[in-house]
Design a protein around this ligand. Sequence first.
Ligand SMILES: O=C(O)c1cc(C(=O)O)c2c(n1)C(=O)C(=O)c1cc(C(=O)O)[nH]c1-2
Length: 263
Amino acid sequence: MEAEPIAMPHSPQAAAARAGDGAAPLPRAEFEARLRGESTRYHIHHPFHVMMAEGRLTPAQLRGWVANRFYYQISIPLKDAAILANCPDREIRREWIRRILDHDGWDVGGVADPGGIEAWIRLGEAVGLAREEITSLRRVAPAARFAVDAYVNFARQRPWEEAVASSLTELFAPHIHQQRIDTWPQVYPWVDPAGLQYFRKRLTQARRDVDHGLRFTLDHFSQTRALQERALEILQFKLDVLWALADAIMLDQCEIEIRGARA
Ligand SMILES: O=C(O)c1cc(C(=O)O)c2c(n1)C(=O)C(=O)c1cc(C(=O)O)[nH]c1-2
């Protein structure tokens, strides 16, 4: 007897199968609403982020999050460079290249912005980490690396249009940045508020990025219903990356506490 073919969860074939043969594309507004509806699976709902927002993390746990998340910060420009490398469309590249400058920083004729990676290091210092402790990556847990690397590899290996769609979790990011700006001064008064500058800057940068990424995704993936399903599946993949990253960070903090208790 022939074995049933196994459907891989994150594949264009699986998306086409879910859409059903010949199903009409969803109207643009409905497609957008489906993408936005994925917010229920955003990492803002992860227990570690819920604890963070409620002020229930210890200083060591908050430091652990910042040190681990640094690996995401330094990987974002690699991911965006992979998109540029795969994209033959000059107009898209002109827009996309700003994302790399946002994180790496720039200096043109003496006018400079140190960029998001530097701002994240300053956030680390504001929570009590030494610069070297962050930049050496020695606090990054193996599973956190795996989660982030899955995102970079996706952008390297998949068509650039799919990698653009995978950035759309940023639709939901301004909410979580705003939440930190609003709650940290009350619940973590020991954190130097100057360190929150990263989140303040991302509020405008994320909105600009999402305007562009969403417009592109709605245009490109609306041609067929199967493509729309594929875009939704890609967004779910990226939500899984962020969820897995939060899992990895939470477990890392548990391991550190267990080691400390046994020492
Ligand atoms: O703090 C967060 O919860 C969060 C989430 C995300 C996201 O949703 O991917 C990004 C960021 N921050 C962020 O700061 C950032 O620069 C960023 C870039 C991207 C991306 O996929 O290109 N996501 C995110």
